[in-house]
Each structure stands twice: as C-alpha cells, then as structure tokens.
Design a protein around this ligand. Structure first.
Ligand SMILES: [Ca+2]
Length: 336
C-alpha cells in the first residue's frame, strides 16, 4: 500500500502534464562543482535540452573588490581587497545552436570569499516547464539542493570547504520564450592546502631585465600573461630605465611590480627554467611594518597607485615600491 501512496503524486503529475502539455523536465539545471588543491573552484551549470541560457546574461557580484559573509551567508560585506575573481563562460554542447553550459571559474578562492552569480534561462521548447529543484553534483557525488536553503559542501576528508545556495523560481512555470533569472551564492570556508608550504623566494627586476638569458621569447610571452606588460616590448621598456633615475619612483615601482608578477606566474609554471627555485604566491604572507601582508595585497596596492598616481604622495609610492623590493629580494631559507 505504501508504494502505491508514494507513486500517486508522480502519477497525478504525469497525467496533468499529459493533459495540459507540460514538458517533462526532471533536471532543469544541473550544477557540477569541484575544487582543486591549488584552486580553482569551478561550478558548471547545464540546462535541460528544452532550455537554454541567454547570451551574455552572466553576472557576478564580484567585479573587483571581494566580498565576505558570516556563516550561513548572512551579513555580506566588502573586504577592501581583490584577491579572487569569478568569470563565466557560455558554451553549447547539445548541437542545437543554443547555449546550454555556463562554466563559472573562481581563481584564488580563499576562506571567507563570498560571491553571488546570476544567469538568465529561457524555454526553447514548445511546452511550458514547471521548474524542478536543480541537481547538484559536488566532487562527482550528488548533493541535495533545495531552493533558498544553505547547503554545506565537504571535501573527501569530511572537512566543510564551502556553502552554497540556489535562489529563485523552483515550482514556477516557464513558458516557451519566457526568461527567468536564476541566482547562485557561494561562500568559501576552507581550501585544501598543499602538503608542504613553500618558503617565499623572489626574483629582482635585474633578473627579469635580462630574461633573454633564461627564456625564449615564447616562454617569456607566456610568463607575461596577466601582468602590467602586454607584450615583450612593453616589458623591456618597463625594465630598461628602472635603475636610471632614482628620482622617478613610478618607473621603479612599475619595474618592481612587473618583477613580482612575473615571479608569481613563474611559480605556477614548473616546466619553465627557474634557476634560483624562486617561489611567490599571491596568498603568501610576508612580515612588513610590524605586521604581515600578502604578496597579493602588495601587488594590488601597486596596481591601485599606478592607476591614479596623482592621488598618492611620494611617501606612499615609495612605501609600495619598498614592499615589492623586499618581496623580490626574499631568499629561500637554506637548509643547514
Ligand atoms: Ca575580486
């Protein structure tokens, strides 16, 4: 008797769908989430074939300065720093010309990072769709996700690494051609740490000025990705005069910044020549002015100054330069 009772609502829904012509959609949206040991955090959203994402409709609440929140994603607030970023890329996999996949990639996810993403979906079929709960797979395992309810995510060792919440429209009817906006929040709580924390060790502008002694043009171009130098000639121009005029603090700041950015990139490319075993990471912490500061904060500080130098005093610019100078001259602790 119990089996019959359980199946009754499904039978009723099936009959209703047949009578009123609703599309039978079991998983309107499937979310596949993963977090690698050194990042990134990835959430891939896929729609049912009867639905599609609206082009260019991805929005991220993090468009620069990062946000954080309390546990449960209450009390969202600005952090004043920009260490993580979330990008969204659409693609079509079903071959019908519609966008059915959205890949949201979070670079440098760190404990405390909060973001809210949104995307528009539309019904590309002929029948109305009653929106079911989205299906969530985390690290390949299904996790129940209920609209509006905070859901914890764990790593394979049982540590909680994040919490997520899906917001909007479950149970509502999406008619053909109609658009719904869906939202997805996440809050990073812990990240898997590499087995050994490497000591920070920098490379100076002098090393990078003579990059041709170590790297091919192709290798150096790869190392320039995401730095303040868009190509080899702009990198050469930045390093050419860094030592020439000590009075020109912006020129020196630019050279120290580019050196730090190049060393960070080099640290993530183990196939590149690295004669001094240099290692810098944006999350790496150094002692400075009786406190500590991360390499990422030192880099962002210099970027902020260089974006609008006239807003800063010579002393502030020198401070930013000295900090990067110290980082670029860090030497790995030698074994006794
Ligand atoms: Ca950010």
């Amino acid at each position: 008797m119990k089996r019959t009772a359980l199946h009754l609502p499904i039978m009723v829904l099936t009959i209703l769908a047949a009578v009123f012509g609703f599309a039978a959609v079991t998983d309107a949206i499937t979310i596949n989430g993963s977090l690698a040991q050194d990042g990134p955090l990835v959430f891939q959203f896929r729609t049912d074939p009867a639905m599609a994402f609206v082009a260019n409709s991805f929005m991220s609440q993090d468009y620069g300065t990062d946000e954080t929140s309390d546990a449960g994603m209450y009390n969202v607030s600005m952090t004043g720093q920009d260490l993580a970023a979330t990008t969204g890329t659409f693609s079509g996999n079903s071959g019908d010309g519609t966008l059915d996949t959205l890949t949201a990639t979070v670079t440098n996810p760190y404990p405390g990072y909060y973001n809210e993403l949104s995307v528009k979906v539309t019904n590309v079929g002929a029948d109305p769709i009653v929106m079911p709960e989205p299906a969530l797979n985390w690290l390949g395992q299904p996790v129940p996700l209920v609209d509006g309810v905070v859901t914890p995510l764990y790593d394979t060792a049982g540590n909680q690494v994040a919490e997520v919440r899906w917001l909007d429209n479950t149970g509502r009817t999406l008619c053909p051609g109609q658009v719904f906006e869906e939202a997805f929040e996440f809050h990073v709580l812990s990240v898997p740490t590499p087995p050994q924390q490497q000591d920070l060790s920098g490379l100076t502008p002098g090393y990078w000025k003579n990059w041709r002694n170590h790297y091919t043009a192709e290798q150096f171009t790869a190392l320039l990705a995401g730095t303040i130098a868009s190509d080899i000639s702009s990198a050469d121009a930045i390093f050419a005069h860094y030592n020439a005029k000590q009075s020109d603090v912006l020129t020196i700041l630019r050279a120290q910044l580019l050196a730090a950015q190049l060393t960070v990139n080099l640290s993530g490319m183990p196939q590149m020549p690295n004669p001094g075993s240099a290692y810098l990471s944006l999350a790496g912490r150094v002692e400075w002015n009786n406190g500590t500061v991360t390499v990422g904060e030192a880099v962002n500080n210099a970027l902020t100054i260089l974006a609008n130098p006239s807003a800063y005093t010579r002393g502030e610019i020198l401070g930013a330069k000295d900090l990067l100078d110290m980082i670029n001259n860090l030497e790995q602790a030698r074994n006794p």
